[in-house]
Design a protein around this ligand. Structure first.
Ligand code: GDP
Ligand code: MG
Length: 429
């Protein structure tokens, strides 16, 4: 899946402008990936509409390729939804955790305690879950492991009073975390209790804790909690599982908040501040978008060259273009060639002189080619050369020159076959 998204990104190369067909194809892959990650259908539709509009309307910034441009747009639009990471203030504060039963509140309470304790703040946790029999001992045990203060009343049935007593008892701590009872659904008496706790705590931050696998119910849930007590941020748990947490996008958009933390395991240290890059990569089912962006910035992408298929001899013109583009970043072609284990190739001198203008010409020429011609340049005979030259407003010599590079590289690849080439290292020099 991620592979096909990556592939459709890879396909957008050697073009000054992205065609509608490219965007459609890419958007289809993005939609597929996001829906699989439980992102809301309408949200996905709105997102890809914006991507399409921007990809077709906006010209790539000077010096950026079409591919870099589209990756930036996709990333940009997704960050617009998930938000950049929130700044988590390291200061005295009262935190309240709410959410459905089993979402991970109690685990998260201990994780937060560990987090703030590590920041050097004196931290305590209050157990305001007087409904579930095991709640008290579960939290007490976790707090023991984290080694933070704990307050709870095993026999009490009055959560509000427990919270009052707990705040008094823990008044020497700097961060107080209140773990509340899980709501099965949104029964009104529990909502009322939650409102009373919130009033008692006067929480600086109330986090809605949601399980990464949450589906369509998230909208109603987020709104109910937000209407009752006001949500300041979202914590996603269980991101270590198969679920990708796309429901969190709905939660933050409905409550107009951000994702603050993510939980990725049962242990208290399996908890991190939200990082948009890795979350977005995950949603898209793609490797590491940051790396991809970074590479796009460097405009040097040896991995994307797919050496294996090139070695096998299916060298397309897009590959050639990409290679030329990479190589021109590295300095004179002659020098590069002499670094190859096959030794310098026999090349006409002018062939070694690839300028920016020439690359631009190649790009224009490739835009006048059919898909078949781009994939299999060997089908291009002299009549097609004529047509392409006319269509692109270039000369036959120029078209032939591009084809010459194709032949040359193909030969080069053949020569290199079987020889282990430190290609990545070489390209990065
Ligand atoms: P609560 O009812 O909202 O308080 O949820 P709990 O904190 O009791 O968690 C419910 C279950 O989910 C427990 O078995 C936890 O160990 C587990 N859990 C919580 N957070 C995570 C997480 O990030 N990853 C995994 N794998 N399990 C988690
Ligand atoms: Mg609990």
């Amino acid at each position: 899946l991620g592979g096909s998204l990556k592939k459709s990104i890879r396909n957008i190369v050697g073009k000054g402008r992205i065609s509608e067909k490219d965007v459609k194809e890419l958007n289809k892959e993005i939609q597929r990936a996001l829906l699989k990650s439980d992102v809301d259908v309408r949200m996905v539709k709105a997102l890809t509409d914006r991507i399409k509009k921007r990809a077709l309307d906006e010209k790539p910034p000077k010096g950026a390729s079409a591919r870099e441009h589209i990756i930036n747009i996709v990333y940009d639009e997704l960050v617009n939804i998930v938000g950049k990471g929130t700044e988590i203030p390291v200061e005295e504060q009262d935190i309240m955790l709410v959410g459905l039963q089993g979402s991970g509140k109690t685990t998260t309470a201990a994780k937060l305690a560990y987090y703030f304790k590590n920041k050097g703040l004196k931290t305590g946790v209050i157990c305001a879950d007087t409904h579930r029999p095991g709640a008290y001992s579960q939290l007490k045990k976790l707090c023991g492991e984290v080694n933070c203060l704990f307050y709870g009343e095993q026999e009490s049935e009055d959560a509000v009073s427990v919270v009052k007593n707990g705040l008094k008892e823990l008044n020497k701590t700097e961060v107080r975390i209140v773990d509340t009872a899980g709501r099965h659904s949104l029964e009104s008496d529990l909502i009322t209790e939650m409102e009373e706790i919130e009033e008692t705590v006067g929480a600086d931050r109330t986090y809605l804790v949601i399980d990464a696998s949450i589906g369509k119910g998230v909208k109603k849930q987020a709104n109910a909690f937000n209407d009752a007590i006001g949500i300041d941020g979202v914590i996603i748990t269980k991101l270590d599982g198969t679920a990708k947490g796309g429901g969190a996008l709905t939660a933050v958009s409905e409550t107009d908040t951000k994702i603050a933390f993510i939980g990725s395991g049962e242990k208290y240290e399996e908890f991190e501040e939200f990082d948009p890059d890795s979350f977005i990569s995950r949603l898209l089912g793609m490797g590491d978008i940051q790396k991809l962006m970074h590479r796009a910035e460097e405009r040097l992408d040896p991995e994307d060259m797919d050496m294996e298929s090139m070695m096998k001899g299916d060298l397309t013109l897009k590959d050639v273009y990409q290679q030329l583009e990479s190589i021109t970043k590295l300095g004179p072609l002659k020098q590069i060639m002499s670094m190859l284990p096959t030794g310098p190739q026999k090349l006409p001198d002018d062939a070694l002189d690839i300028t920016k203008e020439k690359m631009e010409k190649f790009r224009i020429i490739m835009d006048s080619m059919t898909d078949e011609e781009l994939e299999k340049p060997q089908v291009i005979g002299s009549s097609r050369v004529k047509r392409i030259a006319r269509g692109s407003g270039t000369s036959r010599e120029e078209v032939n020159e591009l084809l010459k590079y194709h032949k040359m590289m193909k030969k080069l690849m053949k020569n290199m076959r079987g020889k282990r080439l430190p290609m990545n290292k070489m390209m990065k020099k």
